[in-house]
Design a protein around this ligand. Structure first.
Ligand code: PEP
Length: 250
């Protein structure tokens, strides 16, 4: 039985004051035992989040360098340093980085490996653009994004990872994939993993992301291959995020 995970990606949001306020409200949430919860604040606020969240909310980073350890990579933060700061997870391959930083599947695969080498759980984000969906290439696109990581990291690496399906056209747009559309891709993704290892596929958590809100979360999370959500905008509001977490609970 896969434990649901609800993860909040704060993106490049929040001042010191706003982050403190949000952390205070999150720290006060009564969480169900049956759901794992994580937040992904901006790098500057990671340590503050680790210190402020004692109620079993895990902290993750939004990105990491392609190499773990330390060295000459100006401006980068390694998975090793993130782990040292108290992070337990890291997003890799978020569509905003694939698009704005031109991160290729190969770079994403390197980050996935670096994250695990440092002891972090990578949350691998995949998703198709609107054009790719309209061309009927949604499943082909996400399959290739996942296979690119399997080629480098190996299938067993997915025993200690999370996959997030985030259709690019649904991120921050207010458009959400229908629960049927999302389930179809999640099932296909689990099938891709199962072609390599049935046991890894059975245990792998696959999150849905793309304008998840309190009022659409229950229907999405009720799908058999959807194991929780990666939530952007709605995770900045503690009440809304709390309601999404409750929707994932049993
Ligand atoms: C995200 O950034 O991962 C995301 C899903 O954003 P939103 O919920 O705002 O669409």
């Amino acid at each position: 039985m896969r434990r649901p995970l609800v993860a909040g990606n704060w993106k490049m949001n929040g001042s010191r004051q706003e982050v403190s306020d949000l952390l205070g409200r999150l720290a006060g949430l009564e969480l169900q035992q049956s759901v794992d919860v994580a937040v992904f604040p901006g790098t500057l606020y990671l340590e503050r989040a680790v210190a402020g969240l004692k109620n079993n909310i895990a902290v993750g980073a939004q990105d990491c360098a392609i190499r773990d350890g330390h060295g000459a990579m100006t401006g980068e933060t390694s998975a090793t340093q993130l782990r040292d700061a108290g992070c337990v997870m890291v997003l890799v391959g978020h569509s905003e980085r694939r698009e704005l930083q031109a991160e290729s599947d190969e770079v994403v695969a390197e980050k996935f490996v670096a994250a695990q080498a440092a002891g972090l759980i990578p949350v691998l984000c995949v998703g198709e653009t609107l054009q790719q969906r309209e061309q009927g290439r949604a499943i082909e696109t996400v399959t290739e994004q996942v296979e690119a990581v399997i080629r480098v990291a190996g299938i067993d690496a997915f025993a200690n990872a999370v996959l997030a399906y985030e259709p690019v056209w649904a991120i921050g747009t207010g458009l959400t994939a229908t629960s049927e559309q999302a389930q179809q891709v999640h099932e296909a993704l689990r099938g891709v993993i199962a072609c390599h290892s049935a046991s890894v596929a059975r245990e792998l958590r696959i999150l849905y992301g793309g304008s998840v809100k309190a009022d659409n979360a229950s229907e999405l999370f009720a799908q058999k291959d959807i194991d929780g959500g990666l939530v952007g905008g709605a995770s900045l509001d503690a009440d809304e995020f709390g309601a999404i977490i409750r929707a994932a609970g049993i």
